[in-house]
Unconditional design. Structure first.
Ligand code: ADP
Length: 161
């Protein structure tokens, strides 16, 4: 039990993210779902929109705290007394990047453990990037993202939800 951190860009939140968040909620009393803002990424959705979509999608999960942060993940974790970071692992291709991040975070904050959850096979090729690309050209993203996200994508790209 205790508190875990599920960090990400969530641009936008997908059902793959939701799977990890929901499973984290079964293991931890409180789960901080935190949007980290990177100065060098140019997101499709502004941070307020990403937070709103996350709040909507996690409304049924009483342990979830939706928040935003910039700067180092370890500083956020320290500030909130969080010692577990939960990340999702899709394909082998995620592994190297995730390993580097986990090692760096451990070096910066020795008390922080990174835990990995294997993605449900149905979502193992699902990413925010692919969802944005499909939606941009009018493809159907129903079933891949929460309903509210599909609506916002359709509005953003001028189509019907
Ligand atoms: P980041 O920019 O930090 O990679 P993302 O929003 O892309 O942020 O991802 C946040 C977390 O969600 C990461 O741990 C990532 O591995 C995980 N994740 C992304 N897509 C999926 C998915 N389809 N299934 C499970 N986990 C996922």
């Amino acid at each position: 039990m205790g508190t875990a951190l599920c960090p990400g860009s969530f641009d936008p939140v997908t059902n793959g993210h939701m799977d990890v968040i929901e499973r984290a909620c079964e293991l931890f009393e409180r789960v901080h779902v935190t949007v980290f803002v990177h100065a060098d990424k140019s997101p499709l959705f502004g941070v307020e929109e990403r937070l709103a979509m996350l709040r909507e999608a996690t409304a049924h999960l009483p342990g979830v705290v939706v928040a935003q942060a910039s700067g180092l993940l370890v500083d956020y974790a320290r500030r909130h007394g969080i010692r577990v970071c939960v990340r999702g692992l899709r394909a082998v291709s995620d592994f190297e990047y995730e390993l580097a991040m986990a090692e760096m975070n451990k070096r910066l904050y020795g008390d922080l453990e990174t835990m990995f959850m294997m993605t449900r096979p149905a979502y193992s090729y699902l990413s925010s990037t692919l969802v944005r690309e499909v939606a941009r050209w009018g493809g159907d993203v129903a079933g891949l993202v929460p309903a509210g996200v599909a609506e916002r994508l359709a509005r953003k790209y001028g189509g019907q939800p």
